[in-house]
Write a protein that binds this ligand. Structure first.
Ligand SMILES: CSC[C@H]1O[C@@H](n2cnc3c(O)ncnc32)[C@H](O)[C@@H]1O
Ligand code: ZN
Length: 429
């Protein structure tokens, strides 16, 4: 008996689009992709049938780097470069956060992601046990890290909290939740603190999620202090012994990229945030040519200013073309893969991000009835270059339907609106 059968749907696979097919799902995985006549028989064997007529099934998008509760600070402080933005606006305001605000900020971000086709996110923030509870309740998939800053008065307590988060949540619900350690960045994590983080990663056998080489200033300061780039310095400290997810990597050298390729350091490329904070453009085609796994991220909605991954896919496909004067720098397929299967790999999922037998059933059904979907020469190009993220109509994670016909089934949006309005008053003052 299958748990769910999606019928009469066009299915985006690695081999092209299968028109009018069905997807059979059992225990959270895709078991078969069937043609229409096979699907008629499979219907009798399904606990639930979802009619996908007029829709395109595609893998859910994977947001490899965000601070999801920062949706609370959307349009709060704009048009500043990173350090001024953090020091004058964001950090003083984050000092007023508590569990409740992180709960509502996280719900807000998850609602936005499910509505725009994202089914997995990788988060680094505070009050992460609350984030984990919201992830559990809402049904989305996530990789969580407690942000760690060695310069903070609660630096050691934060390490304890990250370890507790790992012990409590890592592996939850067949890896619907995974946990990493989250040292924030070289400028907030002095060497002595990084040594504690690395020791903890060995003790727990846990991977790392860290901002690295985001701005020119960061790189210059690390070179001034150590004689090495942030990547070379972290490598020499021993950070890259396990899996590492490095956010940004805008200012990396050829030698840095060799270190990253050799040591399995995956990159979360955040084009929108890098543009808005005037950080620069990461050399993504060069990284891919070196064999580095590159996924995409939105970063927080205070620097983006949304959590819409389809925008990142489109930017990844277009930005590097212009930078290199090369229309093939990142072709549509490569941008889509970065937003899905490559992002999944960066987060350690080997069976996520493709619609095929044996893969996790994280699926988005896009309504293709809009005029901007016509004509239909190439559905992959349509997703990358012309779709609206609001075309996402139904969102499924691990075989569970979390949004059906644009209605979120696990989030009370009316209550959430009221809570976010209250939060706005609180943070404004
Ligand atoms: C310690 S939890 C995460 C920490 O990161 C801050 N943050 C948000 N966006 C960025 C970015 O682009 N670079 C560096 N740090 C960032 C966030 O406000 C939290 O304080
Ligand atoms: Zn970030």
């Amino acid at each position: 008996m299958s748990d769910l059968l999606i019928t009469h749907v066009d299915v985006l696979t690695d081999e092209g689009v299968l028109k009018n097919h069905a997807i059979e799902i059992e225990n959270g995985y895709i078991t078969t992709i069937l043609n229409d006549s096979e699907a008629i028989k499979a219907k009798d064997n399904a606990k639930e049938v979802l009619d996908g007529k007029g829709q395109l099934a595609a893998p859910g998008l994977v947001n490899t780097h965000t601070h999801i509760a920062m949706g609370l600070f959307r349009n709060y402080a704009d048009d500043l470069e990173l350090m001024e933005w953090l020091e004058t606006a964001i950090w003083p305001t984050e000092a007023k956060l508590n569990d409740d605000y992180v709960r509502y900020g996280t719900q807000l971000g998850i609602a936005e992601m499910l509505r725009t086709g994202t089914t997995t996110f990788s988060d680094m923030y505070f009050f992460m046990n609350t984030t984990a509870e919201v992830v559990k309740e809402t049904g989305i998939r996530s990789v969580l890290s407690r942000g760690l800053a060695g310069v903070s008065p609660t630096a050691d307590q934060a390490l304890v909290e990250n370890a507790d988060l790992f012990r409590t949540w890592n592996g939850f619900d067949n890896d619907r939740i995974k946990v990493l350690l989250g040292p924030h960045a070289p400028y907030t994590c002095p060497d002595a603190y990084m040594e504690k983080v690395i020791a903890l990663s060995h003790e727990l056998n846990c991977g790392i999620h860290m901002h690295l080489s985001e701005t020119k200033g960061e790189v210059e300061n690390v070179i001034k202090a150590t004689g090495k780039t942030p990547i070379a310095h972290m490598h020499d400290l021993g950070l890259f012994w396990n899996t590492t997810l490095a956010a940004h990597c805008v200012h990396v050298t050829d030698e840095d990229m060799d270190i990253m390729a050799k040591n399995n350091v995956a990159v979360a490329h955040n084009p929108q945030s890098n543009l808005k904070l005037a950080s620069g453009i990461a050399p993504v085609p060069e990284m891919i040519a070196k064999g580095i796994t590159v996924g995409l991220g939105t970063d927080g909605s205070a620097s983006n200013n949304n959590a819409d991954m389809l925008e990142e896919v489109r930017l990844a496909a277009t930005l590097h073309k212009a930078r290199l004067y090369d229309p093939k720098a990142i072709p549509a397929q490569a941008a889509w893969s970065m937003g899905t299967v490559e992002g999944a790999k960066a987060l350690g999922y080997k069976d996520l991000g493709v619609l095929a037998k044996g893969y996790r059933a994280d699926i988005v059904l896009y309504d293709v009835s809009g005029m901007h979907w016509m004509p239909r020469y190439n559905d992959l190009a349509a997703l990358v270059y012309s779709a609206n993220s609001s075309d996402a109509n139904t969102t499924i994670v691990g075989g569970k339907v979390l949004m059906k016909d644009k209605e979120l089934l696990t989030i009370d949006e009316e209550k959430l609106r009221a809570e976010i309005t209250k939060a706005q008053e609180y943070f404004r003052n």
